[in-house]
Write a protein that binds this ligand. Structure first.
Ligand SMILES: Cc1ncc(C[n+]2csc(CCOP(=O)(O)OP(=O)(O)O)c2C)c(N)n1
Ligand SMILES: [Mg+2]
Length: 321
């Protein structure tokens, strides 16, 4: 697969924006400016951007709790996203959702779900709707390796095939479900094999830290889904550098293991590819990095200057007053 220079620049920028966004969100959280918790996807950027780069603007995604990269890849406005983290009135969900519940229906981001595996059956329903609309739209449904052991996942795989929905199921296998290693109960190879077992063509695992490999696998599945060939399951093998959430002390894995995976940094891998293929010079890549970080700094300034919701509006926009 040969990328255009324009696309290479765009994906490189999005990768740096995701990294910078999460580093900033973590800093603001530690400074007591952001409340609740958050699940950082640092180290998983190629899975989000490689997968979503295969979509048309009219297509959809449904995310999961580790979904900041997914939002940015789907074209989220960084200012509105940061304002949402800060709980501000002008955030994506008026500050009511925070890190885990960013949705932008107009932009094709159907939101995330705090229930592990909760988005998977919803994806089947949305897929049936897309099929009935018959406008050749496709949905990417993201979830983790832990979610692949839920009953909802297995029921959904069966229904997805029966209804031949235009959905690509993407398991972001970051090797852990909270403190449980994926290797203790299954292997990533077996997760992808479920696609085959349930009758999905073209299901496979990828090196989820390699944007080009992810893009090729998901791209083929998206094409098949759009042409009426039904669903696929793609497993992107990757790793989360940070703890599960903000309360995690990383006691279940070794520093050596984390350091080993850091050597496979998806951003550096893509950057090296772009330089090797003469799509970017080192200087251009540095400039893109600088822009990614300054975009996030602007988003921080925007969020901090944004208004808090008024107390008397607290019950607006939520289901359970
Ligand atoms: C139904 C349900 N069970 C348990 C939890 C608590 N929980 C939150 S995230 C998580 C682990 C999910 O692991 P995985 O699917 O691999 O996603 P990752 O966090 O690794 O991205 C668990 C058990 C939950 N939110 N929902
Ligand atoms: Mg996981």
């Amino acid at each position: 697969m040969k990328l255009s220079k324009e696309n290479a620049e765009h994906y490189m920028l999005q990768m740096y924006q995701v990294r910078a966004f999460e580093e900033q969100a973590e800093k603001s959280y530690m400074a007591g400016k952001i409340h609740g918790t958050m699940h950082l996807s640092i180290g998983q950027e190629a899975s989000a951007i490689g997968s979503i780069s295969t979509l048309e603007p009219t297509d959809f995604i449904i995310g999961h709790h580790r979904g900041h990269g997914l939002c940015i890849a789907k074209g989220a406005d960084l200012n509105l996203m940061m304002a949402e983290f800060y709980g501000k009135e002008n955030g994506y969900c008026r500050g009511r959702g925070g890190s885990m519940h960013i949705a932008d229906v107009a932009g094709g981001n159907l939101g995330a779900n705090g229930v592990v595996g909760g988005g998977i059956p919803m994806a089947v329903g949305i897929g049936i709707g897309l099929k009935m609309k018959a406008e050749n739209q496709v949905l990417l449904a993201f979830f983790g390796d832990g979610a692949a052991s839920t009953g909802a996942f297995h029921e959904s795989m069966i229904l997805a095939v029966l209804f031949q929905v235009p959905v690509v199921f993407i398991c972001e296998n970051n090797q852990y479900a909270m403190s449980f290693s994926a290797n203790d109960w299954t292997t990533s190879k077996k997760i992808a094999a479920h696609g085959e077992i349930y009758g999905m063509a073209g299901s496979c695992s990828t090196d989820g830290n390699d944007l080009i490999e992810v893009k090729a696998a998901v791209g083929a599945a998206v094409k098949r889904a759009r042409e009426g060939g039904g669903p696929s399951l793609i497993v992107n093998d990757t790793y989360r550098w940070r703890g599960h959430s903000k309360s995690d002390r990383n006691r279940y894995r070794t520093t050596e293991e984390i350091e080993e995976w850091k050597k496979k940094d998806p951003i550096l891998k893509f950057r090296a590819y772009c330089v090797k293929e003469k799509l970017l010079t080192e200087k251009e890549a540095d400039q893109i990095k600088e822009k990614g970080y300054s975009d996030i700094e602007a988003a921080r300034v925007f969020a901090e200057a944004s208004p808090d919701p008024k107390v008397e509006t607290l019950e607006e926009g939520v289901y359970a007053p």
